[in-house]
Design a binder for this molecule. Structure first.
Ligand SMILES: *Cc1c(COP(=O)(O)O)cnc(C)c1O
Length: 379
């Protein structure tokens, strides 16, 4: 089956009891046993729930891994991944990974002795230089947030494997529709399914897929041991979201391409960051490892004041954090999603006060361009 077909038929299929075409939402915490230890594969819903199992099977197939696991949020998924490591271990983190990823290592896991070095992972030689004898994993996103920087996932997998370390990729921005890191050599891929996989801004959920069955088993043990699992209704919502993932990703991308080329030609826009633009520095690497450019764009209007004017004047774009839903969102990273980074770190990364981030929804692109056009006229 091809990808779009698997988005619909990659789960367990119609309910054997009733023929219901949708997986039932199994609102149960426990399961009756016929005799001690004799049951139908489910004992307690932290350990396993059929609705969650349907989602886990679906995402494992879409990412091309051996085991899928669902969690209460993207960060709950990452927490469980980090429980693979122990005091004294060392990680290499992309220098502009999601702020919550950095915070979880820096403010939480560091207290338990898990150290990390932040590196510009667009430069494989810088990653190679950051390894220590205790390095156990490299954690990256490609493209990154908000500057859409591209890292060569194949090269990073080779580097990591040559040193007995794992490559762990946050694939939230691309989704398996556009990019499948496990096929490029990554060991673990994870998602904030809150974003494109859910796709409708109505659920918070995280997903993990492991390539190797033994690593998948270990993560399943940790999922049950730490217990950061989602409820069955949330799992159902993500299954429903994934059914239309190909349709939505095509529409997000078509809209983003139109908006990015409009912005690139606008006299008041200083710079546009979108991997699909010809001058994007990572474009060539991105095209080798992904089949599309996605729906996220950043652009610089030169000053905090101008950025504020634009986000106040737009009408269709909602001023909000998050991304990946059907509705278009706009935000100013320096004061919102990335506001917790120290000013000098933001500056070093290139997150200027005039930078605006867009999550392009699936509205008609011409309406989005018209909205931005009237907003930009006000600066
Ligand atoms: C939102 C996000 C996360 C965190 O996921 P939650 O579901 O909010 O916990 C992690 N990585 C990326 C790239 C994100 O956008």
């Amino acid at each position: 089956m091809r990808f779009a077909t698997r988005c619909i038929h990659g789960g367990p299929g119609p309910d054997p009891l009733t023929g219901a075409v949708n997986v039932p939402v199994y609102l149960t915490s426990t399961y009756r046993q016929e005799a001690i230890g004799r049951h139908k594969g489910y004992e307690y819903s932290r350990t396993g729930n059929p609705t969650r199992a349907a989602l886990e099977q679906l995402i494992a197939g879409l990412e091309g891994g051996s085991r899928g696991l669902a969690f209460g949020s993207g960060l709950a998924a990452l927490t469980t991944i980090l429980l693979l490591f122990q005091a004294g271990d060392h990680l290499i983190l992309g220098d502009d990974v999601y702020g919550g990823t950095f915070r979880l290592q820096d403010k939480v896991f560091r207290r338990f002795g898990l150290e990390a070095t932040r590196v510009d992972t667009t430069r494989p030689e810088a990653v190679a230089a950051a390894f220590t004898p205790r390095t156990r994993a490299v954690l990256v996103e490609s493209p990154t947030n908000p500057l859409l920087k591209i890292s060569d996932l194949r090269a990073l997998a080779e580097l990591a494997h040559a040193r007995d370390a794992l490559l762990i990729v946050d694939n939230t921005f691309m989704t398996p529709y556009f990019q499948r890191p496990l096929e490029l050599g990554a060991d673990v891929v994870w998602h904030s399914a809150t974003k494109y996989l859910g796709g409708h801004s109505d659920v918070v959920l995280g997903l993990v897929v492991a390539r190797d069955p033994a690593l998948g088993e270990r993560l399943a043990f940790l999922q049950n041991a730490a217990g950061a699992v989602p409820g069955p209704l949330d799992c159902y919502l993500v299954i429903r979201g994934i059914a239309t993932l190909p349709l939505r990703m095509q529409a997000h991308e078509a809209g983003a391409r139109r908006v990015a080329s409009y912005l690139a030609a606008h006299p008041r826009v200083r710079r546009v960051y979108y991997p699909g633009l010809p001058d994007h520095p990572g474009r060539e690497v991105h095209e080798r490892q992904a089949t599309g450019y996605g729906g996220m764009i950043a652009f610089d209007v030169g000053s905090a004041r101008a950025a504020e004017r634009v986000v106040e004047r737009v009408r269709l774009f909602y001023l909000a954090e998050s991304l990946g839903g059907v509705e278009s969102l706009i935000e100013v990273p320096s004061r919102m999603t990335h506001g917790s980074l120290p000013a000098e770190v933001r500056e070093a990364l290139g997150i200027t006060d005039g930078l605006i981030r867009l999550s392009v929804g699936v509205e008609d692109p011409e309406d989005l361009v018209a909205d931005l056009d009237q907003a930009l006229a006000g600066i």
